[in-house]
Design a protein around this ligand. Structure first.
Ligand SMILES: C[C@H](O)[C@H](O)[C@H]1CNC2=NC(N)=NC(=O)C2=N1
Length: 112
């Protein structure tokens, strides 16, 4: 099912774009078993921690995520640490989760 999400394209999102509903959230999360919803400062986000053997591999992956973000013009938070990359997706314009965030999370998993 994730392949379905990862083959979709992000749409340009604007301030009055719809947040995902609770039902959509449940359905979409079931397609992204390695991701967790987090709420920070009232903003719901999707987050996954990727583990690597060293800093260089983590760094290379974080660069791929950055390329993906530019290609989709939808940008995550990327925390790069030794052997770890934490990727967090949310939509700034609506201070919450949009379908785009799930598409980008699925595309992020495809980078591995
Ligand atoms: C100006 C505004 O930041 C842009 O339209 C895009 C850039 N990338 C973005 N990325 C994310 N995650 N959310 C946005 O609302 C967003 N907006």
């Amino acid at each position: 099912m994730t392949s379905q999400l990862s083959t979709q394209q992000c749409e340009a999102c604007h301030a009055d774009a719809p947040k995902v509903s609770d039902e959509e959230l449940q359905e979409l999360m079931s397609q992204l078993p390695d991701w967790v919803p987090e709420v920070r400062d009232g903003v719901m986000m999707l987050e996954r921690v990727y583990k690597f053997k060293n800093f260089k591999q983590a760094w290379a992956f974080s660069n791929q995520v950055a390329e993906l973000a530019e290609a989709e013009f939808h940008h995550p938070a990327i925390l790069l640490e030794w052997g770890k990359v934490t990727v967090t997706w949310w939509t700034h314009a609506i201070r919450g989760l949009h379908k785009n965030d799930f598409i980008c999370a699925a595309k992020t998993d495809q980078l591995l």
